[in-house]
Design a protein around this ligand. Structure first.
Ligand SMILES: Cc1cc2nc3c(=O)[nH]c(=O)nc-3n(C[C@H](O)[C@H](O)[C@H](O)COP(=O)(O)OP(=O)(O)OC[C@H]3O[C@@H](n4cnc5c(N)ncnc54)[C@H](O)[C@@H]3O)c2cc1C
Length: 400
């Protein structure tokens, strides 16, 4: 299909969706189901799997038109580990049966997803992980601990990387599964953040059984699938262009307007930040054109790195405009588990809380130091870091 033809196909599908399911009178879940069936969940995925088999560059057009039509789109952020990452993994590595089983309820938010990669001894170096999976007939038995698992307390399914062959070097002996978070032997404990919320958790697996048909890709291919997940994560975090004047810069503009801060320096700073956010938004749009279905390239790290710094800068600026008021959280500080309704969070989350939450941006989804390493090595072609344990069997690598 030519680009022009693809555009027409997508535009027609959007019009039909909005005509048949008017956003103002359609319940959100019904709308998302219809959006999936119309191929407008991830336009680049094959037909029947939430897509139309066109270029991923048209994703932005769908998002833009749906926002303009006031259609519900908050499932993307509320189920970001599924829609932003799990979907890409299933598109690139899943079987047809797995895609049929998981993609639709993921998009409609009937199933929330989480990502079980980080462990107490393996964060940046996720390939060093220790959670074991041992085969037992048609099942696998999992034992170990994960940490910082966002939304595990609400999730039905988890993207899990495990060690299946400790005799292999660390990148080679891993296998990837989708785990039922309600299965026996899964224990989830909340971890509280600086904002007061428990958005993430510790997760313990004790003889948890996973059927082999929930394995993603081959035994031993876990690192390959993990890389697809992480590339998608960087795009989901930093590469998802919000419409112009939305997100943190929108909050900064509103705060500026309502604070009555008339001085030149503040206005100049706001305009400078607006320019940077807009340049970032346009760069992200351009980068999304290079993306193949389900597998973004290492350049996704550029967006993640730049966004983390910029988001922190913009939220700091907003809080500074509030003066002394910026030092307190107006809605109060209470320890509570995160709800999945991000519309509610957006409504109640003050700029002060946004500021605190943004501190995590340069850690979650890979730290900014790791983003710089990836860009240096995989985009700029600079010499790699020394990796002395690369070819050693995992069980011989010293661990803290
Ligand atoms: C809000 C939030 C949500 C998260 N959600 C999830 C989730 O859902 N699932 C999940 O699996 N994980 C999640 N994480 C964990 C996150 O992926 C890890 O925190 C991150 O990868 C860093 O790992 P670490 O915390 O073990 O730090 P470490 O890897 O121990 O790093 C400590 C410091 O050393 C630096 N460092 C480490 N290695 C290098 C290197 N080679 N070169 C230069 N500097 C280096 C790091 O940049 C960092 O500053 C979340 C984290 C946060 C903050």
């Amino acid at each position: 299909m030519t680009e022009h033809r693809e555009q027409t196909v997508v535009a027609d599908a959007i019009d039909r969706l909005i005509d048949s399911y008017p956003p103002a009178t359609t319940e959100a879940k019904v709308f998302w189901g219809a959006q999936f069936d119309a191929g407008l969940a991830w336009v680049d995925f094959p037909e029947g799997h939430g897509g139309l088999g066109v270029s991923p560059k048209h994703r932005e057009m769908v998002q833009r038109h749906l926002v303009e039509a006031d259609a519900p789109t908050w499932n993307r952020t509320a189920n970001v580990l599924g829609i932003g990452m799990g979907a890409g993994v299933l598109a690139a590595h899943g079987t047809d049966e797995q895609r049929m089983r998981w993609l639709r309820p993921m998009f409609t938010m009937d199933d929330i997803w989480c990502q079980l990669f980080s462990e107490p001894g393996a964060g940046s170096d996720v390939a060093g992980l220790s959670t074991r999976a041992e085969r037992d007939g048609d099942e696998w038995i999992v034992n170990g601990q994960k940490v910082w698992t966002t939304l595990a307390h609400l999730a039905k399914w988890g993207l899990l990387v495990t060690r299946t062959d400790p005799d292999q070097p660390k990148h080679k002996g891993m296998t990837y599964f989708v785990v039922d978070m309600e299965a026996e032997g899964v224990e989830i404990l909340p971890l509280y953040q600086i904002t007061g919320e428990a958005e993430f958790n510790e997760v313990f697996f004790s003889d948890t059984r996973i059927p082999d048909d929930q394995r993603i890709d081959d035994v031993g291919a876990g690192w390959r699938v993990a890389m697809t997940t992480l590339m998608n994560e960087r795009v989901a975090i930093g590469g998802n262009p919000v419409p112009r004047n939305h997100g943190a810069i929108g909050v900064a503009m509103d705060t500026w307007a309502s604070s009555g801060t008339g001085d030149q320096a503040t206005r100049r700073e706001l305009v400078r930040l607006w320019g940077e956010v807009e340049a970032m938004r346009l760069t992200t749009l351009r980068a999304s054109e290079n993306m193949k279905a389900g597998v973004p390239g290492p350049e996704g790290s550029t967006g993640k790195l730049a966004w983390a710094d910029l988001n922190k800068e913009v939220t700091s600026f907003t809080v500074s405009m509030l003066g002394l008021e910026g030092a307190t959280i107006p809605e109060g500080y209470a320890l509570e588990a995160t709800t999945y309704d991000t519309r509610e969070i957006e409504r109640v989350m003050s700029p002060q809380r946004h500021f605190l939450r943004s501190r995590a941006n340069s850690i979650e989804g890979g730290t900014s130091e790791i983003m710089r390493n990836i860009l240096g090595e995989r985009v700029l072609g600079l010499p790699g870091e020394p990796r002395v344990d690369k070819d050693l069997p995992w069980k011989e690598v010293p661990r803290g």
